[in-house]
Design a protein around this ligand. Structure first.
Ligand code: PLP
Length: 386
């Protein structure tokens, strides 16, 4: 059996994603800036995808930009706001559990003289709202908090963060890295995400292609462009558009949005089945994912095992999982997220992330349960992997 449970690292593109990309690459390959018919045909894909992307967020088309990945969107948000607002203040707030796509630019900004405060979390990755409250000062220019954590699936309280900002410093902008939230929780800039100023997403987490990202910037905000040149993307993000990637991303947004309820149901059934099965059949396990998490992630520490060994054992059975954040190249390092949650080294060592898509079935979960149980029991008995 082949069971892919590493959907937070990346997802399998929809067939329709591949089809539209193939068409763009083989037939409609013109440069969208060209004035001839091939250019116009290419431009149509970009326009269509922009409309779909904007609508999916409750934004307008002039507020959304295509980038080369979620990382670029995150980098642009941090560096672009910091540069544009340098004179208004010197403080940036983020969290200790962000993806490196946020933590690395934050470090860069620290080295450039900005004060960066990293808000902590509890054992299930819930944000310390008291710390956030006291962190917001008159000097704060940006608060960047991810919408869903990539390792635990914990949903961050974006709505409350907006309220705090509104009451403490209206001038501070709010960015959210929504790479793991997009398509997994309802996200509406006119609803629960109202007041968010910048928002990042990525194509390959929602069955789109890799190498394409999106960035929302509220109309009227001054953010310094990160990549400058030929003036594409309304002079905000230069570089000839990745038309195939944009078209594929647009198609993936359309499909995932149209099937939102069905997708959430399938993911949540698979996750609940696996979580309940593990709970019933194995002792000494810790759920690092809270009950109220996004449906896409289940992070479990199997005490007395090593996640990396489990990963490779399960791989032999055709099951693909992750020990933590596999989308960072630092595959060997211990998870900074689980560390910030206060987990002990042994709890981190035995942690596995299962991440789901709408394609996972109960039959697959029965198989995974059986194989996980076997692997964990065997390793605990042998103890020889230590
Ligand atoms: N932010 C989060 C929360 C992620 O999980 C990831 C990738 O896994 C990224 C950003 C980076 O996205 P991309 O791979 O498109 O650069």
């Amino acid at each position: 059996m082949f069971v892919y449970l590493d959907n937070s690292a990346t997802t399998k593109p929809y067939n329709e994603t591949v089809e539209v990309m193939t068409k763009v690459l083989t037939e409609d390959f013109g440069n969208p800036s060209s004035l001839h018919t091939l250019g116009i045909a290419a431009e149509k894909y970009v326009r269509g995808a922009r409309k779909t992307f904007a609508q999916s967020l409750g934004a307008s088309e002039e507020e959304v930009y295509f980038t080369s990945c979620g990382t670029e969107s995150d980098n642009t948000a941090l560096m672009g706001v910091a540069q544009a607002r340098r004179r208004s203040g010197n403080k940036i707030i983020t969290t200790a559990v962000e993806h490196p796509a946020i933590l690395e630019p934050a470090k860069r900004l620290e080295s450039m003289g900005f004060e960066v405060e990293y808000i902590g979390v509890d054992k299930q990755c819930h944000l310390d709202m008291e710390q956030l409250k006291s962190a917001i000062t008159d000097d704060t220019v940006l608060i960047s908090v991810m919408a869903v954590n990539n390792e635990t699936g914990t949903i961050m309280p974006v709505e409350e963060i907006v309220k705090l900002r509104d009451s403490l410093n209206k001038n501070a902008l709010i960015h959210t890295d929504a790479v793991q939230a997009y398509g997994k929780i309802p996200m509406d800039l006119r609803g629960g995400f109202k007041g968010v100023d910048l928002l990042s997403v990525s194509g390959h987490k929602i069955h789109g292609p890799k190498g394409i990202g999106g960035l929302y910037i509220k109309k009227g905000l001054n953010v310094t462009p990160f990549i400058i040149g030929g003036g594409q993307e309304k002079h905000f993000r230069s570089g000839t558009e990745n038309t195939a990637g944009i078209a594929g991303f647009g198609k993936a947004i359309e499909i995932s949005n149209n099937n939102f309820e069905h997708r959430i149901k399938a993911m949540s059934e698979a996750k609940d089945f696996l979580a309940n099965g593990l709970k019933a059949e194995l002792k000494d396990i810790i759920f690092n994912t809270p009950e109220d998490s996004a449906v896409s992630v289940l992070n479990v520490s199997f005490m007395g095992t090593r996640g990396e060994v489990l990963l490779h054992t399960l791989e032999q059975d055709g099951i693909f999982i992750s020990t933590g954040s596999a989308c960072s190249s630092n595959k060997k390092g211990q998870s900074h997220v689980l560390g910030a949650m206060g987990l002990k080294p042994k709890e981190i060592e035995g942690a596995i992330r299962f991440s789901f898509s709408e394609f996972n079935t109960i039959e697959e979960m029965e198989y995974v349960l059986e194989k996980v149980k076997k692997a964990v029991t065997r390793f605990r008995k042998l103890g020889s992997f230590r």
